[in-house]
Design a protein around this ligand. Structure first.
Ligand code: NDP
Ligand code: MG
Length: 370
């Protein structure tokens, strides 16, 4: 039985991770949330988690929990995980997840990493670290699985699919509200990634993520739009043939494999049969300009472009979710801010990345107010 610490346990991935860990018969030694102590407590009760922590405390229930040593500080949760866990699941959303990945990067643990922002923004710092970093993302986890079965010299390119998000059938999505964009056709995910899925910024993050995990260039990663989200990824072999990874759109497959890799264990089969339509098409440049813009910037400026894009994206998505701007403005604002900052940055420490992230957020506030 393995011991696991789950960061971001109250989120979409975090809750499913607790379920998967429970089904594997493994034990959760600590779990954390951003601020939702109420839900975290419920989950701790349901899954018998001995210690929990929140990043910021907004709840008076806490005193009693602290006395019982049930609620510990966030820093203590990291220490508990370092001491007791074999595997750390990082399911924190956004840039905040990077410092958690860094905190465990020099331990001999597996980091099951849903927080794609970690490798996208801090990839250079995370190359060659002691920890074993395994992706939790339907595309990358299934690519990892495929690449276990195909010898590397036979692989010409790595492919990932995109669903197109909530805007894919909308002719003019500029005026859509958050409520409309949050209605994702295939996946039920956290708010930020659902909006990123509609702008396809998420897919740009995933291309960079694929480059990091599989040590390839942007040109070696193909992206196609696939409405049904049955095919998550594919390998294009040197002879031109393709091998697809297919499963229900259910993140538990990815979470489970990230935990048990290289073993394939457990079962999440529903009634899935490959007898429906499977459509594939190119990504429309007019509909998803941010995808192309982000990858162009990455090709020219590398990681610093991704830190800037991600910071601007988090600010704009937050404003969008608050209802202060419409969908089209999310993209306009991100591009506006990224064009204002000097992108030629080299990072050698996490502090430098954090400072640059902060600098970009300040430019955003300066330009668009709070
Ligand atoms: P959610 O918004 O559903 O959950 C985020 C989790 O992180 C919550 O537990 C939240 O706590 C916690 N959190 C937020 N801010 C902080 C902070 N500053 N410090 C510590 N904890 C924090 O996100 P998702 O589960 O959708 O996504 C998590 C990550 O996984 C993202 O990086 C996303 O891109 C990636 N991912 C998600 C997929 C999905 O299907 N959802 C698919 C593939 C990747 P609280 O509840 O208290 O706010
Ligand atoms: Mg994905």
């Amino acid at each position: 039985m393995k011991k696991v610490a789950v960061f971001g346990a109250t989120g979409s991935i975090g809750k499913q991770a607790l379920d998967v860990i429970d089904k594997l018969g493994w034990q959760v030694v600590a779990a954390t949330a951003g601020s939702n102590l109420h839900l975290l407590q419920e989950l701790a009760y349901k899954y018998s988690i001995p210690q929990i922590a929140v990043r910021s405390l907004k709840n008076e229930l806490a005193d009693d929990l602290v006395k019982r040593n049930k609620l510990i500080s966030f820093a203590e949760a990291i220490e508990v995980a370092k001491e007791k866990a074999d595997v750390v699941v990082n399911a924190v959303s956004g840039f905040a997840g990077l410092e958690i990945t860094i905190a465990f990067s020099n331990t001999s643990k597996r980091i099951a990493l849903a927080n794609k922002e970690s490798v996208v923004c801090g990839g250079k710092l995370l190359k060659g670290v002691k920890a074993e970093i395994v992706p939790i993302d339907s595309e990358h986890t299934s690519l990892l699985m495929l690449s276990e079965f195909v010898k590397r010299p036979y692989i010409a390119r790595f492919g990932i699919t995109a669903s197109g998000g909530a805007i894919r059938d909308v002719d003019n999505p500029r005026d859509l509200s958050a409520e409309e964009v949050l209605r994702h056709p295939n996946w039920n995910m956290g708010a930020k990634i659902t909006v990123d899925s509609a702008t396809m910024f998420n897919k740009a993050l995933e291309v960079v993520e694929a480059c990091w995990y599989f040590d390839v260039d942007v040109e070696d990663v193909e992206v196609v739009l696939h409405r049904q989200s049955y095919v998550h990824s594919f390998l294009r072999l040197v002879d031109g043939s393709l091998i697809f990874a297919v499963s229900d759109p259910d993140m538990r497959f990815a979470i489970n494999y990230a935990l048990t890799y290289p073993e394939v264990r457990g079962s999440f089969r529903k009634e899935f049969n490959v007898n429906g339509d499977m459509e594939f098409c190119r990504i429309d440049e007019e509909k998803y300009p941010l995808f192309f813009y982000a990858l162009d910037k990455f090709k020219s400026y590398g990681e610093s472009a991704m830190v800037a894009l991600n910071a601007a994206d988090e600010c704009a998505v937050e404003d969008f979710l608050r209802g202060s701007i419409r969908f089209g403005e999310v993209i306009d604002r991100i591009i506006d801010v990224v064009e204002r900052v000097e992108l030629k940055q080299e990072f050698t420490t996490i502090r430098e990345i954090e400072e640059f992230d902060k600098y970009v957020r300040e430019r955003y506030k300066e330009t668009f107010g709070k």
